[in-house]
Design a protein around this ligand. Structure first.
Ligand code: ZN
Ligand code: ZN
Length: 153
């Protein structure tokens, strides 16, 4: 059984995670670009019951284009995003892979919202790509921030 620790930049929020993620995803959507300040995000999805949360994160709630609510949790002191989820499906939790700061973390298995990808970003060989969400992810129920903004055409 794998045990992993994800922490924010200042260490006030700690997530103790048991077991392996059921999917790891690269997301190129513009919500992730703005949320992270980077050009794409990489998230790992776990069953909520495998994650023990220490500390008191703040919440940012928004309604996605799909009408679903999404809640992002971040450190009130250093601002790191620590996890997110869908209030109506509390069984899943998404954790940014960077919070583990572990180069041996499992590789991405899907790459989503490809039309918004910056052209210089290379998706690892063999990773399936999707224009929007991956069917694999919607079947397993995890929450990905959908797109609020259209790509410039
Ligand atoms: Zn912090
Ligand atoms: Zn995204």
């Amino acid at each position: 059984m794998s045990l992993r620790l994800a922490t924010c930049a200042c260490g006030a929020i700690r997530l103790n995670v048991e077991g392996d993620p059921h999917v790891v995803s690269m997301c190129h959507c513009q919500v992730c670009q703005r949320r992270t300040g980077s050009t794409y995000s990489v998230h790992a999805y776990f069953s909520r019951r495998c994650v023990k949360i220490e500390g008191s994160p703040k919440t940012y709630s928004r309604t996605a284009e799909s009408g679903r609510a999404i809640e992002s949790y971040f450190c009130p002191d250093c601002g790191s995003t620590m996890f997110w989820g869908h209030p109506l499906d509390a069984s899943q939790i998404g954790i940014p892979v960077g919070a583990f700061a572990d180069p041996s973390f499992p590789l991405p298995e899907v790459s989503i919202f490809m039309p918004y990808k910056h052209p210089w970003i290379v998706v690892p060989d063999g990773v399936p790509t999707y224009e929007g969400h991956s069917p694999r992810m919607s079947q397993s129920g995890p929450v990905v921030p959908p797109l609020n903004l259209r790509a410039a055409s």
